[in-house]
Design a protein around this ligand. Structure first.
Ligand code: CTP
Length: 400
């Protein structure tokens, strides 16, 4: 159990933080809610107090004999501010302390996670951009807002990520030994999911990839401070907090989106299952059973990983994935070693697949092969745990 302070800024997304609070307490955490005065106009004191089981105030002068403005911050294992308004980010960046929450932000020495939510114009204003940069420089995790519906009819960047995704960031930050943002300032591109190639307007050639491992890689990189672009092929999972998702369908679209972003990336991770072949032409109209079995002629797609390796800038780390079943002659891990040599990437994450293994499951076991010959065995565990090992190894290559 950790002691968490949930700071709530004065934005409409405060209502979503009730759900976040519930999830935090249900995960066994002891949560103290510290709203701003404006937040209390959106969601009242009684709601926060009932859901947290703790007293709630926005004013440092309430129960002043307990010196709450110092004690709450000092005692916390983690502070998460959701929503963090433009005003709250500005106050925090400038060290103002005119209510209980801003005092807590100055007295806390634990990891601080800020989850901005505001209109696009406010998020993009140079003042906010500067304040966010200042906070990040000081080691605060400021999560990128999501894109989508904002207050009213408009939509754009500025939406608060979903509570489940904020909870995931909180848990990951608490679970890391230093809670540190060791990927801050790094840009990473990740591909996830499985591509689909049309046979006709309703049918496609696809594969069983769920995208979970790629999404776990994206979530973990964002939680460690990286700027993450996730090229996502046909995945039905929630957008991880702080991650920019670029949806694609086919191998060709995936290739274009990955290769256009790769030149400025510090790491590219190809977790997607990319079709090796596609129908050389897709029928314009739905094929009819009465016309007999169609002769589908396949042609090869481009190998994105090979293209990445061929043009990669200095110090960019390129990571491939290989799902292997092994065959009568060669065990799965040996096939992985041969693939690493063939593909020329820096790291290859090899996992054994087959009935009940890896595809669509929550857990994954793998061996990460490094081109320097090191092999890291990752025992069966959550895909998020494997993702963190991959980032540890990528980081080792940057600093090594
Ligand atoms: N990959 C890619 N482009 C493709 C096919 C695969 O970039 N057209 C990437 C995958 O994202 C993965 C790695 O290459 O990171 C290995 O994929 P895999 O399908 O195992 O490789 P293949 O070269 O197709 O190997 P094989 O069919 O011989 O197992």
């Amino acid at each position: 159990m950790s002691r968490i302070v949930l700071g709530v800024g004065g934005g409409i997304a405060a209502y979503k933080s009730c759900d976040l609070l519930r999830r935090l307490t249900e995960s066994g955490h002891d949560v103290r809610v510290v709203p701003t005065a404006t937040a209390l106009q959106f969601v009242g004191q009684a709601t926060w107090a009932a859901l947290s089981g703790q007293p709630v105030s926005a004013d440092p002068m309430d129960n002043v004999h307990e010196v709450p403005h110092v004690r709450i911050g000092q005692d916390a294992d983690l502070v998460v501010v959701a929503p963090a308004t433009a005003n709250l980010l500005a106050k925090a960046a400038n060290g103002l302390a005119d209510d209980l929450l801003t005092n807590v932000l100055l007295t806390a020495r634990c990891p601080i996670v800020m989850v901005p939510a505001m209109h696009t114009e406010m998020w993009e204003h140079p003042a906010t951009v500067d304040n966010v940069a200042t906070l990040r420089r000081r080691g605060i995790l400021v999560i990128e807002p999501a894109e989508g519906r904002l207050t009213g009819a408009d939509s754009g960047k500025g939406r608060m990520p979903e509570p489940t995704e904020i909870l995931s960031v909180v848990q990951q930050t608490l679970g890391r030994p230093d809670g540190g943002l060791d990927l801050a300032g790094k840009r990473v591109v990740i591909s996830a999911g499985g591509t689909r190639e049309s046979i006709d307007p309703v049918r496609f050639v696809g594969n069983r990839s769920s995208g979970r491992q790629g999404y776990a890689l994206a979530s973990s990189a964002a939680a460690r401070g990286a700027e993450v672009a996730l090229v996502s092929a046909n995945v039905d999972l929630p957008v991880p907090a702080g991650v920019t998702v670029i949806p694609v369908v086919t191998a060709d679209e995936l290739k274009n989106e990955v290769l256009s972003r790769a030149p400025s990336a510090d790491a590219v991770v190809m977790a997607a299952a990319v079709a090796d072949f596609r129908p050389s032409s897709a029928a314009e109209h739905k094929l009819k059973k009465g016309d007999g079995a169609p002769a589908v002629v396949l042609e090869p797609t481009d190998d994105v990983l090979a293209a990445l390796v061929a043009v990669r800038p200095d110090r960019q780390v390129v990571v491939g994935f290989a799902a292997e079943t092994g065959d009568d002659r060669t065990p799965w891990l040996e096939l992985g070693r041969q693939k690493l040599a063939r593909k020329g990437c820096d790291l290859l994450v090899v996992n054994q697949v087959g009935e009940g293994l890896a595809f669509g499951t929550e857990d994954n076991a793998a061996v990460v092969l490094d081109r320097d010959g090191t092999e890291t065995v990752v025992p069966s565990g959550p895909k998020l745990a494997l993702a963190h090992v991959v980032w540890d190894l990528v980081r080792g290559r940057w600093v090594g």
